[in-house]
Design a protein around this ligand. Structure first.
Ligand SMILES: Cc1cc2nc3c(=O)[nH]c(=O)nc-3n(C[C@H](O)[C@H](O)[C@H](O)COP(=O)(O)OP(=O)(O)OC[C@H]3O[C@@H](n4cnc5c(N)ncnc54)[C@H](O)[C@@H]3O)c2cc1C
Length: 387
């Protein structure tokens, strides 16, 4: 008989898992406390950067390659554009450990890249203002992903394959017993053969023992004064120079507006996900706005000074910033896909596929992906904001 599987939480990982399980022919139901494609969870805020050359570790490259194949497949199936290419630029001083890690990762994985001098960067990307000692590493496979569209397309494709999606539906308890898992769903108890918990920053409400912390990350939105803010002329860029503020810029698909993020101590603090979700949408502090103003004036040519919007979104971090992916020994048949730690959107389709492969018995996550083991040992404390 077909296994009955529930996916709790339909953000980036939940939608990807729902689709991957549907492709494998399981009887799958997804539960989301808000709506699919909402702007409340960690997958909100319109766009996300994608890059293949990964300073976080070469182990991610195969996942990122697979994720790219999966969203290309989804673009075909749903006849919609989910990715805007143009590349990804890492900007930094050559002595920056992060800059060096990016170049090392490209070499190790034999990925195509271009090493750019300051002059090259200025010529090719005139909207960026580069410090005298900064250089670039250009990843031609980078670009931006449309977050809400990707989630909606994944859920729609899963439904077309037979999955059921329940919105405005809260799962408030999970109990594993006698080879089955009981979920309390909007107050009613239902049984499943397997459950995948993908509840992001809300995860500790259901599974308090998980080694994750909920933080908030904020971005601001800006308008360019003229042309030149499309994803080719102004590719997503991360500045990682030693001893200077870490920031990143990201074009929006209209080619005129862009997003800005700055690493700030505010984002290292622990925050309750539900509180972040209910904050005003324009919830960056005046101090942070002042810092952003200063950096935009310095780093971007031809942008309006006014910040036209900003917000914060709750995200689950692990102590080593790698996700928790696999079955929980304390809860047999309960799997988690949690803790994407501020960089996981781009790999979510591949993580969903790994969970579905584990459910089908094709792989054993504990053996094949020990890096993501939900019971691995962490060296606390949680590192300060690093990307
Ligand atoms: C501001 C910001 C910028 C980022 N930038 C990048 C980037 O450029 N590139 C990149 O790759 N990654 C980036 N990330 C990280 C990436 O976006 C996240 O890691 C990813 O979206 C997390 O997805 P998720 O499915 O784990 O969580 P979420 O998207 O938060 O999904 C969890 C879902 O579960 C639901 N839920 C929770 N509890 C329950 C319950 N009890 N019952 C039912 N439903 C429930 C929630 O409502 C939510 O919809 C960024 C993150 C943030 C916040």
């Amino acid at each position: 008989m077909t296994m009955k599987i529930a996916v709790v939480g339909l953000g980036a990982v939940g939608c990807a898992t729902l689709l991957a399980l549907s492709r494998k022919g399981f009887a799958v139901e997804g539960f989301e406390q808000f709506r699919v494609g909402n702007d409340i969870g960690a997958s909100g805020g319109k766009t996300r950067q994608h890059r293949l050359i990964y300073g976080e570790g070469a182990a991610y490259t195969s996942l990122l390659l697979r994720a790219s194949e999966l969203w290309q497949q989804l673009e075909q199936e749903q006849q919609t554009q989910l990715f805007y290419g143009g590349g990804f630029l890492t900007l930094g001083t050559p002595d920056s450990p992060w800059f060096q890690a990016v170049e090392k990762s490209a070499r190790q994985q034999a990925l195509p890249y271009e090493r750019l001098t300051r002059q090259d960067v200025n010529q090719r990307f005139p909207r960026l203002n580069v410090d005298a000692d900064e250089e670039g590493i250009f990843d031609p496979a980078g670009g931006i992903l449309l977050t809400h569209e990707l989630l909606l397309a994944s859920a729609a494709q899963a439904e077309a394959l037979g999955a059921k999606v329940h919105e405005h539906t809260v799962v408030s308890a999970i109990t594993a017993q006698g080879g089955q898992v009981s979920l309390t769903i909007n107050g009613e108890v239902r049984q499943f053969d397997r459950v995948v918990v993908t509840t992001g920053a809300w995860s500790k409400t259901l599974l308090p023992e998980l080694p994750v912390k909920s933080r908030r990350l904020g971005v601001s939105f800006h308008i360019g004064k003229a042309e030149g803010f499309d994803s080719v002329s102004f590719p997503p860029t991360m500045r990682v120079s030693a001893g200077r503020a870490m920031w990143n810029t990201q074009p929006l698909p209209d080619g005129k507006n862009f997003k800005f993020f700055i690493g700030d101590a505010e984002f290292n603090e622990e925050h309750d996900a539900q509180l972040v979700a209910t904050e005003a949408s324009d919830s960056l502090t005046p101090t942070l706005y002042a810092r952003i103003d200063g950096h935009i004036a310095e780093a971007v040519n031809g942008a309006h000074r006014t910040i036209v919007g900003g917000g914060t979104w709750p995200e689950a971090y692990t102590f080593d910033q790698a996700p928790l992916l696999g079955e929980l020994p304390s809860h047999p048949h309960v799997f988690v896909g949690i803790g994407l730690s501020g960089h996981g959107f781009k790999m979510a389709p591949a993580l969903g596929e790994l969970l579905a492969q584990a459910m089908a018995g094709d792989i054993r996550l504990e053996r094949d992906w020990p890096l993501f083991s939900p019971v691995r040992q962490f060296a606390e404390p949680l590192a300060a904001y690093s990307r």
